[in-house]
Design a protein around this ligand. Structure first.
Ligand SMILES: NC(=O)c1ccc[n+]([C@@H]2O[C@H](COP(=O)([O-])OP(=O)(O)OC[C@H]3O[C@@H](n4cnc5c(N)ncnc54)[C@H](O)[C@@H]3O)[C@@H](O)[C@H]2O)c1
Ligand SMILES: [Zn+2]
Length: 371
């Protein structure tokens, strides 16, 4: 005889959260943490951001009598792996972290992804807040609840959807950010303009010098506009079906370029080149007008994609087949068919698949420097 019992688990959890954007948010953070009343707050950060901000934040928390501690790991994408996660979890236990504790993810996207992932699995999941300190983390990785680490075989293979309790975007952190990292974040912001907000694209065209001067008003404006776009897409499509895929404009090609370079090329640069190539594909298909393609091309280059960059050296005629093969193996590909997000105009994109490999290769060659 066979007995079947259904375990009924039809519940819906409200995992809404606030994204607080401003300058010098320490007071807000202190007030919130006191109110949240977790047993302990553990800052998880990399060694660079620990020296710059982590130890100071810990001192502020302690001064305000908040039970707190700090754990750090060596900075860099190569440490975004399960070994780092295990080491952090051991450290958390040593420091007396329990189920009612809360992790404070402080740093760039690497720290945010690792700390959020640790929070999502430690003792079957504890709460966490995000304090992003790179432009990329502010406009992209800290929002949307994707957390995880890399495996030798690929990026972000081990991961979860886990929403933070709150996100604090403090513009002050950008003062120490190297220009190269600013460019990385800017590529994603330009992407947001192209997929959903022509006015944001135009604003960046007009105010690029202010952005590079780290003018607080300009930075706040592009961060707020970007956050609104990412938030709206995530709200409608938390677990990535069709709508969230829009955010992958420039990424199908970008990820392949990153992989081709063995991840020496930073994500933002890969995406920047990806946006040029995918705009060219759209143009060749008759979807995107010349004038819009040229505007995208010009802005992406002005925003940091230098013709002498290694990103161009990573791709050549010789490894074109390999590049396209990598695209066929992209996580977003369906049964090997590559899905492209292609611009129709500034602020509007469409999803297309079943494109001919030759069209992709020709578009790559069109974008590469001659000679
Ligand atoms: N979860 C998501 O949805 C999502 C989205 C996009 C990217 N990501 C991930 O984000 C990661 C990339 O993040 P990233 O570009 O922020 O890189 P990163 O975290 O490696 O930071 C870059 C470097 O800048 C340093 N740094 C951070 N803030 C600083 C500051 N204010 N001043 C000076 N130095 C500072 C860091 O210590 C690090 O050395 C990748 O692993 C990517 O997969 C995740
Ligand atoms: Zn990206």
């Amino acid at each position: 005889m066979i007995n079947v019992f259904k375990v009924k688990l039809k519940y819906k959890i409200d995992s809404s959260y606030d994204i607080v954007i401003g300058e010098n948010l320490d007071k807000n953070i202190i007030n919130d943490l006191k109110r949240f009343n977790h047993s302990k707050y553990i800052i998880v950060t990399d060694d660079v951001t620990r020296k710059l901000f982590g130890d100071k934040l810990l001192a502020v928390l302690k001064k305000n009598k908040i039970n707190s501690d700090i754990v750090s790991f060596t900075a860099g994408e190569k440490n975004k792996n399960i070994a780092t996660v295990t080491e952090i979890c051991r450290e958390l236990l040593r420091k007396g972290t329990d189920r009612k504790s809360c992790i404070v993810a402080l740093g760039g996207g690497v720290a945010g992804d690792i700390a959020g992932f640790v929070a999502s699995i430690f003792m079957r999941g504890i709460e966490f807040v995000q304090i992003p300190t790179t432009l990329l983390a502010m406009v992209d990785s800290s929002i949307g609840g994707k957390v995880g680490v890399d495996l030798d075989a690929g990026k972000n293979i081990l991961g979860m959807f886990a929403q933070p309790k709150r996100v604090y975007i403090d513009i002050d952190y950008l003062k120490t950010l190297p220009i190269e990292e600013l460019e990385n974040g800017l590529a994603e912001i330009i992407k947001h303009g192209i997929i959903a907000d022509k006015k944001l694209f135009i604003y960046i065209e007009k105010n690029l010098d202010k952005i590079f001067r780290k003018d607080v008003i300009a930075l706040t404006k592009i961060i707020i506009d970007s956050v609104k776009i990412k938030k709206a897409i995530v709200e409608k499509d938390e677990k990535e079906s069709l709508l969230r895929m829009k955010l992958n404009f420039g990424h199908t090609t970008g990820h392949a370029v990153e992989a081709l370079s063995n991840y020496r090329i930073k994500h933002g640069k890969g995406v920047a080149l990806g946006m040029l190539i995918e705009s060219r594909i759209a143009n060749k298909l008759g979807l995107l007008k010349n004038v819009d393609m040229l505007r995208i091309n010009l802005l992406v280059r002005r925003a940091g994609l230098n013709i002498h960059d290694d990103v161009f050296k990573a791709v050549s005629k010789a490894n074109l087949n390999k590049l396209v093969l990598l695209m066929h193996h992209d996580k977003k590909a369906f049964k090997g068919d590559i899905r492209f997000i292609l611009p129709l105009a500034l602020g509007k994109v469409v999803i297309r698949s079943s494109l001919k490999d030759n069209l992709i290769k020709e578009s790559v060659l069109d974008v590469l420097p001659r000679g």
